[in-house]
Design a protein around this ligand. Structure first.
Ligand SMILES: [Zn+2]
Length: 192
């Protein structure tokens, strides 16, 4: 038995902010009897709990509270990495899958998030889209340096069922992508 100190697996080098889309007064999209704001607020809090054991991060409100977009954008500007969660919606109930909206510099990060979500939920991977694909309110968050994640389509009952079935796994999968984005591995740290 040796007395050596445990070797840290990763070192956090960037600050992280996670945000729930919409707010306490803006429910966002509605589908299958649920509203988007309730889903993404619950997701943000679960993700926060997962991450808070491992890294330092901030969120747009205390548990169960979802601050308005304007405040979320102000917080996003103060962090290196900012991610806001939404649900997609479409008139066609067959529209499916996950996608991200980001500035070009976050293309690869967006694709990593999409792959983690699509693989965990077994829904289609729509990939990272340019900021031009977003609605006006989403552009504000991207221009504040953030990435928008459309987890799945709230209007698709199969997407929704997959989300509820694999929620714990999804929190872990998204959480691991975020950890890798804000930390360097011990290998990278040693090389620096
Ligand atoms: Zn939304």
């Amino acid at each position: 038995m040796t007395l050596s100190m445990p070797i840290p697996v990763a070192l956090q080098t960037r600050s992280l902010f996670i945000s729930a889309g919409h707010s306490m007064t803006d429910p966002g999209a509605v589908g299958n009897g649920l509203n988007e704001a309730d889903i993404v607020l619950d997701f943000r809090d679960r993700l926060y709990e997962f991450l808070a054991d491992r890294i330092v991060l901030a969120r747009d409100g205390k548990p169960g509270i979802n601050l308005p977009l304007r405040q979320a954008c102000e917080m996003a500007k103060r962090h290196d990495i900012a991610v806001e969660f939404h649900c997609n919606a479409a008139e066609s109930s067959s529209a499916t899958g996950t996608e991200t909206l980001s500035a070009p510099s976050d293309d690869e990060f967006g694709d990593q998030l999409c792959t983690a979500i699509a693989d965990t939920l077994n829904i289609s991977n729509r990939g990272d889209k340019g900021e031009g694909d977003g609605q006006h309110s989403r552009l504000a968050f991207i221009r504040a340096g953030g990435v928008i994640v459309e987890l799945f389509f709230i209007t698709n009952s199969r997407d929704l069922a997959a989300y509820h079935e694999h929620l714990d796994a999804l929190v872990g999968a998204v959480g691991r992508v975020l950890i890798s984005r804000v930390c360097v591995s011990d290998h990278e740290a040693a090389a620096a």
